[in-house]
Ligand binder design. Structure first.
Ligand code: CA
Length: 281
């Protein structure tokens, strides 16, 4: 198998929502999200990206910081808030919150006293909380005090902050995966210590990889070649067609990108990946 480097963040990027539905009568406000712990590919902003199939998840597989964990949403200015809705990860499981506290404040360093606290009853579906009295504030913090299975994790597929006529969505963070790419490009001697498969041509990160889509396409090509060598793998024509179409579209995106403007190409081509190769995270 190929290098595990970047696979989670790349798949996460590929799984970004293609569109974010906006209702005509609802104003969409872009917010900033901060969390106390996050695993690569499961960053805090994914709890407010409007996509129930992506999630925020605290670190796991080594560093497993214990509860409580918290997610804070900076709404940018004060809003009247009537409640929240917590949607656990698809099917429930690791990180699903049991006991919680909810804070609404105007001080990013002091949340004050909780405006609500209790236990979420639905471990596999939406939990909607309506506050006994409306609260007004800029910062909304959900603190996870415990997990349904007693584990140290916290996960949130979607956190909806309920305010009349407003929908809050997080700014999609594209910089972090690219920072990881840049970091690894600068520490190739460290990479050299890893498995030999790291140096398979399809696994390498090249200097001209302007977009993770380049890496995804190269690895997808190699993977398809491997699968074709396996006994009984005779129906690859449809996948080959998809891959060829994907490469064509990716090339078109890059060719129309102004020099120096890599962010737009990254997002656009990632959306192309999602649209043609729907990968479930
Ligand atoms: Ca999500």
């Amino acid at each position: 198998m190929y290098s595990r480097f970047f696979v989670a963040p790349l798949l996460a990027i590929a799984c970004l929502p293609v569109t974010q539905r906006v209702f005509a009568e609802t104003k969409t406000v872009t917010v900033k999200v901060s969390v106390d712990s996050e695993a690569p590919g499961y960053e805090g902003f994914r709890a407010l990206d409007g996509n129930p199939e992506t999630m925020w998840h605290t670190m796991f597989g080594g560093a497993n910081p214990a509860c409580p964990h918290q997610i804070t949403v900076d709404l940018g200015s004060q809003y009247e808030i009537t409640g929240i809705s917590y949607l656990p990860r698809v099917g429930g499981g690791d990180g699903t919150i049991r006991d919680y506290e909810l804070y609404i404040s105007n001080n990013p360093k002091d949340s004050g006293r909780p405006v609500d606290a209790g236990s979420f009853a639905n471990a596999k579906g939406e939990n909607t909380l309506t506050l006994k009295s409306k609260a007004k504030g800029r910062y909304v913090t959900l603190r996870a005090k415990s997990e349904v299975g007693g584990q140290p994790f916290t996960s949130v597929a979607e956190l909806r902050i309920i305010s009349p006529g407003v929908r809050f969505l997080a700014a999609v963070e594209t910089e972090q995966p690219y920072a990881m790419l840049a970091h690894d490009l600068q520490r190739r001697t460290d990479i050299a210590r890893h498995a030999e498969t790291t140096f398979h041509p399809a696994s390498l990160i090249h200097e001209d990889d302007r977009d993770p889509t380049d890496v995804v396409l190269r690895r997808a090509t190699a993977l398809l070649d491997d699968i074709k060598q396996m006994p009984g793998a005779a129906h690859m024509k449809e996948l080959e067609k998809r891959l060829a179409r994907l490469k064509t579209l990716s090339g078109k995106v890059e060719s129309t990108t102004p020099k120096g403007d890599t962010i737009s190409s990254r997002k656009s081509s990632s959306f192309v990946v999602k649209s043609l190769f729907p990968i479930r995270c």
